[in-house]
Design a protein around this ligand. Structure first.
Ligand SMILES: *Cc1c(COP(=O)(O)O)cnc(C)c1O
Length: 358
């Protein structure tokens, strides 16, 4: 559905669609990798009290530098990071757009490796950054030789690596991360939206920050932290990189309400993250079950599993939806992605999938 001819939109946007993972009112929602466990009554109360205190000063602009929240986020991340190493925004999607505004732009190039998060090329488009997608290997891992060749050929200003990757779940080999950072002439962003779900023994790129000043690690409270509705993402990097991002942020980009809610949520991190271990176990059980059923399953360090392959994946997606379970039609052709929900939700998913593919 193109934008009507009389609307004087930029030519390259005329045939584009807004982001639109289906938001359908079905009983079992396993399509956007949310945490199925919401906050407790007590935590919700504390968040509401904090928002109430913020509301009493809503005649004033919020703290532009979000200092209290950044301090809480730095404490949560550890790894020797301080307030000045962390920068928050309205979801890590806004962070990624700020990164491309600061480090991409006209005449500049960003590189990533597909299949990966579908929003990156759109931020590149929005910021007039040239977008180049390399390919991942058959196991959805980065093929290091091909990646280094692409970096050498394109000399990208921004490289985006996603670990664990969405929609495949694949974690990045730290040796590969290191080699790509060393070869890249610009900044390297490692999107760790799903880091808290990684399997035992999978390291985080936070460990590399002290060594590589041009590395940025993005995180979010939308997934493990069970705060998707709060819209809070953040990046950890060298203080000079953070200062560069502050140049392109909108004035007062993060509302007092968002800052208060996220800071309060961080006080309850133990509770909000309490289900992560259970979700990881359910993920591994789901992957094992899918394999027993004869499907191909991508190795996952995230809170979702990519499985397939189907000649007509849309028909399978629709059939599962008709049984009240919403999963995601995304990723390489023939594959589907299911987010990890509660045990009851996963039972509903298994029943629906069995009926549809029997
Ligand atoms: C979900 C997700 C995000 C997080 O987006 P928010 O804007 O923080 O909700 C970022 N990157 C990837 C790869 C994701 O899947």
């Amino acid at each position: 559905m193109a934008v009507p001819a009389w609307v004087p939109i930029r030519d390259e946007l005329r045939d584009e669609e807004p982001y639109g993972a289906p938001q359908l009112d079905v009983p079992v929602q396993l399509n956007t990798n949310e945490n199925p466990y919401g906050p407790s009554e007590e935590t919700a109360r504390d968040i509401a009290d904090s928002v109430h205190r913020a509301a009493l000063t809503l005649n004033r602009y919020p703290d532009r530098e979000a200092t209290e929240l950044r301090t809480s986020l730095a404490r949560y991340l550890g790894h020797g990071l301080t307030t000045d190493h962390v920068w928050p925004a309205n979801g890590s999607n806004e962070i990624m757009q700020q990164i491309l505004q600061a480090f991409g732009g006209p005449g500049r190039t960003a590189v990533s490796f597909a299949p990966t998060y579908s929003m990156y090329p759109e931020y590149a488009r929005n910021t007039h950054t040239r977008w180049v997608a390399g390919r991942r290997g058959d196991d959805f891992g980065i093929d290091l030789d091909a990646a280094l060749a692409l970096v050498a050929a394109e000399r990208p200003d921004v490289v985006i690596l996603t670990s664990p990757n969405n929609p495949t779940g694949t974690a990045l080999d730290p040796a590969h991360a290191r080699a790509i950072i060393e070869a890249a002439p610009g900044v390297v962003v490692i999107d760790e939206a799903y880091a808290e779900f990684r399997r035992e023994g999978t390291p985080t790129a936070l460990e590399l920050l002290a060594e590589f000043p041009r590395l940025l690690v993005t995180r979010t409270m939308s997934k493990a932290f069970a705060l998707a509705g709060g819209r809070l993402g953040y990046v950890a990097a060298d203080t000079a990189i953070i200062d560069a991002l502050r140049i392109v942020r909108l004035p007062y980009h993060l509302s007092a309400v968002s800052q208060a809610a996220a800071t309060a949520a961080l006080r309850h991190q133990d509770e909000l993250l309490a289900q992560v271990d259970a979700l990881r176990t359910t993920r591994d059980e789901t992957a094992a079950w899918l394999r027993e059923e004869g499907f191909d399953v991508a190795e996952s360090d995230a809170n979702f599993v990519l499985f397939g392959t189907f000649d007509d994946r849309h028909a399978v997606w629709q059939g599962v939806l008709d049984r009240g379970v919403l999963i995601r039609e995304v990723g390489p052709l023939g594959w589907l992605r299911v987010s990890i929900g509660t045990p009851q939700e996963m039972q509903a998913f298994r029943d629906a999938l069995q009926e549809v593919t029997r």
